[in-house]
Each structure stands twice: as structure tokens, then as C-alpha cells.
Write a protein that binds this ligand. Structure first.
Ligand code: HAM
Length: 441
């Protein structure tokens, strides 16, 4: 005997379904942004756009997917991002693609690809979008997260651009009213001073080899600067006595760094020197910095100078450039923590109630007529009774209710009710938009 379709369906159910549980959730470390969080995103996007506009940054959008080699070359082989966190894409083609773990490498690729050096320099660009890193999700750390970033590319390696990049990110955080901000800053020098320093660092860590974690032992030969990036508790003691880069800068890098700090001083920006700040990406030279807020243990954003990134991606000449990006989820967490509200939308001031099918149909059209006049209408098409509809208008604190019943549609009228006083008047349907406009004034 063959099984009935119902029996078959039951048999094929997964254990989750059998227990009445949801079959699917969003992937680990990736979140839905629900409408109640939207006001924070809107506020950040608006403030970001205004800040970018004020400092003359132009918007750029690059694909979420790039050739993985771009990141491998730019971010660096011995970094956590490349070793552990890249989302490689399996496609039907042979291209080795990856979801972007950050935005800067793609922007430099686009700059080179489109010959943007021929436009007015420096080219100031900004972006806002999701990045992907296969991290262990925890507080403030997601696998899909958003960044708002600023980049200045081309012209000279003038320290004023480093300062302007710090300033743009800082102003955006300030614009959002985030309090107790700090900037940690350091210089990684150039290739020359860094190679001397790297040697010193290696010598020091070699002497302490038996006291460092397994990852650091590997970093010691592969990429010694990454030793300073280690978050392992056991390595902190060793790190705190390690030689510092600032003592090993060549005179040109020293002058550059002094220049950056002088510009920051000029504006009174609150920075502190952190000689162990190296950042988790290999493309930086000279200035590196991070933003933080008091009582929030992880960085809100960071950046630095990356003059060699273009060459890493195959350009013949280096391209003076610097940039930064803010982690939007973290910024929102701090806003919530500090009691900062999101962007509030303009309140709806008019409610349209309808009773009966002909009125519902006419109301449907009337809303469009209000729309053309720029007046937003709230309705509740799902509710039948006038009482329940007016209850909503009341709850939403709406001042004007329009009531359309069968009789009104037939007579081409509508009732205008002042929700506060309860006073009502009948207005011809073809004059109602004007009448409401006058009242709203
Ligand atoms: P980054 O430090 O890797 O730099 O990321 C910048 C910011 O993105 C971090 O400070 C943090 O706020 C946020 N972020 C990073 N990873 C996560 C995560 N897993 N979950 C939530 N937020 C995260 C860069 O990406 C560079 N491209 C910045 C830059 C621009 N440098 C020059 N130009």
C-alpha cells in the first residue's frame, strides 16, 4: 500500500520541525536590522553623509565581492583576517573570489582600474556598507558588520591629510553626540625604519620565546609586527616591555608624525600616543590610529596611512593615501549605552478612517491625492469599526481624523474631526486636501 501524502510529509520533517521549532535562523554572527533599530542607522547615515559632504568626500560603492588575491596581498598573509576570517566564495566559475572583509583594498583597486589619478587630486571618497569576517561572534563582533569609511587618495603624503582623516571620523562620532571619545595614535614608520625595528622586536621576543603563545611563536618569524597585535593574556606582560616603534623612526617619518600631531593639536583633538598600536592589517605605513569611547572596551573605528597598498596591488608607483572606517554596530551600541536617540521621523498628523467597501476604495485613492500634496496619512484598512480606527489615531496622538462612510462617498463629502476637541465638520471631498493643508499650517 502506498503512503498518503500527509504521512509522507510527516516522515520527511526534520527533528526541528517535529518539535515545532523554527527551521531557519539568520547565519551565526549575522543579524537582521529590524525597524525598531532603523532610527539609529538613519541617524548615522545622515550624519555620515553630512560630514562627508562638509569635508568634500564623494561617495563610492565597490562590489561586496572581489578577487580574493586583492585581500591576500593588501591585508597580508599572516593576519587573522586572511588566515582565519575570509569568506571564500564557491562559484561555478574558476575565479577565486571572496566577500570583502574590509573596504580599502577594493577602493584602491577601483582607483587604479578607472584611472582615477586623472581626476582632481587628492581624491576624497567615502563609503557605507557591509563587510564580512568569519570571526567568533561575541560582544561587538559580528560576521557581517557595517563600516562607514573615509579615504583620501593621491597628491602628496602631507600629514594634513592624515589629520583630516582622523578629523572626519572623529567629527562624525561627535556629530552623533557620543561622549568621552579618545583617539589612540602611533606611527609604524616607513619600510626602512620598520625593518630595523622589526629586527629589534624579533631579538627581544626571541629572548622571551618560552613565555609567548603559540600564535606569537609563529608570528615571530612570519610577521613580527603582528606580535604587538596579540590579545592573549599571557603575552601582554612581554608586550608591555617590548621596544617601541617611535624610538626607531627615521627623521622623515618622525617629522611626518610630528606634523600629524601638530594638526591634531591645532584643533584640540583628544589623542593619546599608543606605541603598541599596530592594527590588524599589513598595508599601513606611518600613521595608524583608533577611536574609542570611555567604558567601551573595543575600538569604534580605526585607520591609517597606506602609501604602499597600490604597489601591493600591482601599481608601478606608490600612491600616497590614508583612510579610516567606523564600525556601525559598535557605534550603535555606544549610542544606546549613552542614551543617545536615533533619528526620529516627522510625526503623521492626519488619520483617515473608512467604513464599508465603497469608502475603503475611495480612501485608497484619496491617500494618493494627499500624497501629491506632500501630506502623510495614517490609515488602518484592516479595521472595520470607526471606534477601533479612531482609537489608533488617538494612540498615535494624531490631531486630525478624516471619516469616510458610505453616505459621505455617495454625497462626495468627508467628515473632518479635530481629535482634541471632538469638533467635526463636513467638507466636500474635492476640497479636503486644501482644508487639511490650511489646518496643518
Ligand atoms: P578595521 O580596524 O579592521 O579597519 O575595522 C574598522 C572598524 O570596523 C573597527 O574599528 C570596528 O569598529 C569595526 N569592526 C571590525 N571588525 C568587526 C566585527 N567583526 N564586528 C563588528 N565591527 C567590526 C579596517 O577595516 C580598515 N579598512 C580601516 C581603514 C580604512 N584603514 C584605512 N582606511
Amino acid at each position: 500500500m502506498s503512503e498518503s501524502p500527509k504521512r509522507l510529509k510527516k516522515k520527511n520533517l526534520s527533528n526541528k520541525e517535529k518539535k515545532g521549532k523554527l527551521l531557519f535562523q539568520s547565519p551565526k554572527g549575522m543579524r537582521d536590522i529590524l525597524p525598531d533599530e532603523r532610527p539609529y542607522w538613519d541617524k548615522i547615515e545622515k550624519a555620515g553623509r553630512e560630514t562627508a559632504d562638509f569635508y568634500n568626500f564623494l561617495r563610492i560603492d565597490t562590489p561586496l565581492v572581489e578577487f580574493s588575491e586583492i585581500f591576500e596581498r593588501a591585508v597580508g598573509g599572516a593576519t587573522d583576517i586572511i588566515e582565519k576570517q575570509m569568506y571564500y566564495i564557491k562559484s561555478r566559475g574558476k575565479d577565486r573570489l571572496a566577500l570583502r572583509p574590509e573596504g580599502t583594498a577594493g577602493i584602491v583597486r577601483a582607483y587604479l582600474e578607472h584611472g582615477l589619478s586623472k581626476t582632481a587630486q587628492p581624491l576624497k571618497l567615502y563609503y557605507f556598507g557591509p563587510m564580512f569576517r568569519y570571526e567568533s561572534p561575541q560582544f561587538g563582533r559580528y560576521r557581517q558588520f557595517y563600516q562607514f569609511g573615509f579615504e583620501i587618495l593621491g597628491d602628496k603624503d602631507d600629514p594634513i591629510y592624515d589629520a583630516q582623516i582622523v578629523l572626519a571620523g572623529f567629527r562624525l562620532l561627535e556629530e552623533l553626540k557620543i561622549k568621552n571619545l579618545n583617539i589612540e595614535i602611533n606611527s609604524l614608520g616607513c619600510k626602512n625604519c620598520r625593518s630595523n625595528y622589526r629586527k629589534k622586536l624579533q631579538d627581544y621576543y626571541k629572548k622571551n620565546q618560552n613565555k609567548i603563545c603559540r600564535d606569537c611563536k609563529r608570528r615571530l618569524s612570519l610577521n613580527p609586527l603582528r606580535l604587538l597585535d596579540c590579545k592573549n593574556e599571557d603575552c601582554q606582560q612581554i608586550k608591555s616591555k617590548a621596544p617601541v616603534m617611535l624610538d626607531h623612526l627615521c627623521s622623515s617619518c618622525k617629522n611626518h608624525f610630528r606634523g600629524v600631531l601638530e594638526y591634531l593639536d591645532e584643533l584640540g583633538l583628544p589623542y593619546s600616543l599608543n606605541p603598541y598600536l599596530v592594527r590588524g592589517l599589513d598595508y599601513y605605513n606611518r600613521t595608524v590610529f583608533e577611536f574609542s569611547a570611555e567604558n567601551y572596551g573595543i575600538s569604534l573605528g580605526g585607520g591609517g596611512r597606506y602609501d604602499d597598498l597600490a604597489v601591493m596591488l600591482g601599481a608601478k608607483h606608490s600612491l600616497p593615501a590614508c583612510g579610516s572606517s567606523l564600525g556601525i554596530e559598535r557605534v550603535i551600541e555606544v549610542m544606546k549605552n549613552q542614551g543617545i536617540a536615533g533619528l526620529t521621523k516627522g510625526r503623521v498628523k492626519v488619520f483617515l478612517a473608512q467604513i464599508g467597501q465603497p469608502a475603503k476604495k475611495r480612501a485608497f485613492r484619496l491617500i494618493e491625492e494627499f500624497g501629491k500634496a506632500g501630506i502623510k496619512i495614517m490609515e488602518s484598512f484592516g479595521k472595520e469599526s470607526l471606534k477601533s480606527q479612531l482609537k489608533i489615531a488617538d494612540k498615535e496622538n494624531i490631531g486630525i481624523a478624516l471619516i469616510l462612510g458610505q453616505k459621505e462617498v455617495f454625497e462626495e463629502n468627508i467628515i473632518l474631526r479635530d481629535m482634541k476637541s471632538g469638533a467635526q465638520e463636513t467638507v466636500p471631498l474635492n476640497k479636503i486636501v486644501e482644508a487639511v493643508k490650511r489646518r496643518l499650517k
